[in-house]
Design a protein around this ligand. Structure first.
Ligand code: SF4
Length: 343
């Protein structure tokens, strides 16, 4: 959870440089340039486009911008000051990640203890296996366009490099990592993707949501496809579905395009899940965002999870279970004391 996000002047200058062209560009092309320049929000772009349109610096239709001259240095300065002013007002708010939204959905108390009061957490010993696969995929995709003609070299370089960093911590072999990277390559080819980027940080200033999809892919039909990678998923449980819908929500806000589906790759059992994103999922994310803010305002310890079977499906994986159990014990003790007093 963040209470403010920062956008540097350098990033504002980059966005203005992207907009400083003569000719025609589609919004899709401009957004891809933002992504390639690691600008994590497209909201500023749309704020600036509104100003450019009001100042008659561009002619725009549904998905295309026409611009007839370059900006003067003075006008660039005006754009930067305009964006800074707007952002000062818009960026001081609560920003939540899709994982945090999913945690709140599963159990309000867990969210409160972990994210708001930062209670002591008890985590099992960390396993680095998932991290090795994630980092390998990320590095593989970053270099994919440059070296995909020689997959033997690319997969070897990536696996050696990542495994060296985790030497002594994992029991994964070079072959395991390479096999997994080859399967990612065949997926890219099978889906006939025209663009692919790994782990971009995306922020929707408007909705106060942050996401880092493992992969964003664009198909030949210009469909945006977020792809999530997990180590071992057997089925899509409700908490995971909310997390995927949250990721889709932030990607949708960035590209201003409907996301119909999120793909989930489960590495250990080599399964691919295609998870449909519906209007109900979008409504749920918006409702959860509102509920989280409301719950923070109430300033009291929330009740335990309201999901069916939560003691079996959520509590065993909870890192603040000890603190939660202690709160329950206190509650019971006070109740007994009060009961005795009233007798
Ligand atoms: S132990 Fe269960 S009910 Fe308590 S905070 Fe954790 S998930 Fe929620």
């Amino acid at each position: 959870m963040k209470l403010k996000i920062e956008i540097s002047e350098k990033d504002l200058e980059k966005i203005i440089d992207i907009l400083n062209f003569v000719g025609r560009k589609t919004i899709d092309e401009i957004i891809l340039e933002l992504l390639n320049n690691e600008i994590y929000t497209s909201d500023i772009l749309f704020l600036l486009l509104q100003k450019l349109s009001r100042d008659e610096k561009i002619i725009s239709n549904a998905n295309e911008i026409q611009k007839n001259e370059l900006f003067s240095e003075e006008y660039k300065r005006e754009l930067i000051e305009y964006a800074k002013n707007k952002l000062n007002k818009l960026t001081k708010k609560i920003f939540l990640t899709s994982l945090e939204i999913s945690k709140f959905f599963q159990c309000q108390r867990r969210f409160f203890l972990e994210k708001v009061v930062h209670s002591k957490q008890k985590k099992e010993q960390k396993s680095y296996e998932g991290e090795v696969f994630h980092k390998s995929i990320s590095e593989f995709i970053k270099n994919y366009n440059k070296y995909s003609y020689n997959l033997d070299i690319l997969t070897s370089l990536v696996s050696e490099n990542i495994l060296e960093k985790y030497r002594g911590k994992v029991r994964i072999s070079n072959d395991d990592v390479r096999k997994m990277l080859f399967s990612i390559d065949s997926l890219i080819k099978r889906l006939n993707l025209k663009y692919i980027v790994s782990e971009p940080l995306l922020v929707s200033i408007k909705y106060g949501i942050i996401g880092t999809p493992d992969i964003i892919a664009i198909t030949q039909d210009n469909e945006i496809l977020p792809i999530e990678i997990k180590t071992n998923v057997k089925r899509i449980k409700r908490g995971l579905k909310v997390q995927l819908a949250g990721e889709a929500f932030v990607v949708e806000a960035y590209f201003r395009k409907e996301i119909r589906e999120v793909m989930l790759l489960s590495l250990n059992n080599r399964r691919i899940f295609k998870v449909k994103i519906t209007d109900d999922d979008r409504k749920l994310i918006l409702n959860l965002l509102r509920s989280i803010k409301k719950s923070l305002f109430l300033r009291k310890i929330p009740p335990t999870s309201s999901l069916p079977n939560f003691r079996r499906v959520v509590c065993p994986y909870c890192h603040v279970k000890e603190v939660c159990d202690f709160i329950e014990e206190i509650g019971k003790t006070i109740k007994t004391e009060m009961f005795k007093k009233n007798q």
